[in-house]
Design a protein around this ligand. Structure first.
Ligand SMILES: *Cc1c(COP(=O)(O)O)cnc(C)c1O
Length: 432
């Protein structure tokens, strides 16, 4: 019998996160203070938003950051996550490529987001914070944070992009089941929200971030949590790639191509950075690394590399990143997690330096790939994850034509069981 699943024992879970800042050939450009446009020398504005431990993690260049014991215990509820060989997909594609995927859909909320939510809630609880405030698009991040806050004894307030609040109520129900308060954004709870409240604005992540930050600044016991983009979020997600490295060893193969879907860049970075770090430290190692984004929100393939705000109102520090502009209004595509105007500074920097490449695909092509994957491997991918699946299928078909035998590893960052209305629209031919 062929073994197609590679599972680590609980004791083999990595005990540190990996920090790529230790190995970058050129350092990141610093964040800028939005009031002065000068490098943010004093972290005081950040400390109003984030606990000290996370501000330190945002800037540290230490290569291995220990995972606190209580976070390891919480991770152990669903980690280590499995790695699978996609034999049935390979056979259906008649490809000489070997295809592996790291599956994060086994977490309680069905995606990789709890990997950072649990860590962030832990550090906030340690520093006496009583409420975390955040934004969410389709609701994956809000669900993960609501779960993490509940397990660590914190309250949660979530500003949910209005169009998702109306069209995808199920993740609101998940958040409320964990005890979070959820508001459709733009809301009437903030000055910025009230400017747009009466209009028929569908909302955006940028607007919801502005509202969440304004909420935090008016409540001394509250802090803010971001589910992607920032260095410390990518750091927490490296548990994915660190596990995958051990599992590829179990499988007796080394990947040659790494693929992941990118919204803000966290699941992609979480998978690829431990491998990329290895190749930055050794001349004998190199990987082809492919980031996949939607054609309708193409921050890497079509965005500019420059300083921009993280939110629509321009309240956050300026980050050097690939961006479509902080006032960009993304179209209403189903992969809600990929509808953000900017890209993580670390991912943007590595793209700019030529260590990673990027591809963009249309919704329809992505759902075709997602359905093909469901019918071969049995897992219905989240629409975000289906972007990676689409690129992998193309790469595997290319290998058939060129006669190469790549070993492809990709991130299946979540399942699509709360996104079935999107698959329904696809089946009914209603996708734009
Ligand atoms: C949030 C989300 C994304 C996009 O965020 P990244 O930070 O780019 O990972 C992708 N896939 C899923 C399943 C998500 O929930």
């Amino acid at each position: 019998m062929h073994m197609h699943a590679y599972r680590l024992h609980a004791g083999d879970m990595p005990r540190s996160w990996y920090n790529i800042l230790a190995d970058l050939p050129r350092p990141l450009d610093p964040p800028l203070d939005p009031r002065t446009n000068a490098p943010l020398a004093d972290p005081a504005p950040l400390l109003r938003l984030f606990p000290r431990a996370l501000v330190e993690q945002e800037m540290t260049v230490v290569r291995e950051v220990p995972i606190p014991e209580p976070v390891l215990e919480l991770y152990a509820r669903y980690r280590p996550t499995p790695l699978f060989r996609a034999r049935r997909l390979e056979e259906a594609l008649q490809t000489p490529a070997h295809i592996y995927y790291k599956y994060e859909g086994v977490s309680p909320t069905g995606s990789h987001k709890p990997n950072t939510a649990l860590a962030q809630a832990y550090y906030n609880a340690q520093e006496g914070v009583h409420t975390l405030v955040t934004e969410t698009g389709a609701g994956q991040w809000g669900s993960a944070l609501a779960l993490a806050c509940r397990l660590l004894g914190l309250e949660t307030r979530v500003y949910m992009v209005r169009i998702s609040y109306q069209q995808k109520p199920l993740r609101r129900v998940v958040m409320e089941t964990y005890g979070a308060q959820v508001f459709a954004s733009p809301s009437d709870r903030t000055d910025f929200g009230r400017k747009l409240y009466g209009s028929d604005s569908p909302g955006s992540l940028g607007i919801a971030i502005s509202e969440a930050i304004e909420d935090v600044l008016s409540d001394p016991g509250a802090k803010y949590a971001l589910g992607s983009v920032l260095n410390h979020v990518l750091l927490h997600q490296t548990i994915i790639g660190l596990e995958a490295r051990k599992q590829m060893e179990m499988a007796g193969e080394a990947p040659t191509i790494l693929v992941g879907a990118v919204g803000g860049g966290s699941n992609f970075a979480g998978l690829v950075l431990p491998f990329l770090g290895e190749s930055l430290r050794s001349v004998n190692q190199s990987y082809r690394i492919v980031a996949v984004e939607p054609e309708s929100c193409p921050s890497l393939t079509r965005g500019e590399y420059r300083y921009d705000y993280g939110d629509t109102a321009g309240m956050t520090p300026l980050l050097k990143m690939h961006t479509l502009g902080h006032d960009f209004m993304p179209p209403r595509i189903h992969a809600g997690g990929l509808r953000y105007h900017g890209m993580a500074p670390i991912v943007s920097h590595l793209y700019h330096l030529g260590y990673i490449e990027a591809r963009a695909y249309s919704q329809k092509a992505v759902f075709e790939a997602g359905e093909f994957f469901a019918r071969t491997e049995g897992i219905i991918p989240a629409p975000e994850a289906a972007h990676a699946v689409k690129a992998v299928i193309d790469l595997a078909v290319e290998a058939r034509h060129t006669g190469t035998r790549p070993v492809i590893l990709f991130g299946l960052c979540g399942h699509g069981l709360l996104d079935l209305s999107a698959y329904d629209d696809f089946h009914a031919g209603r996708l734009e």
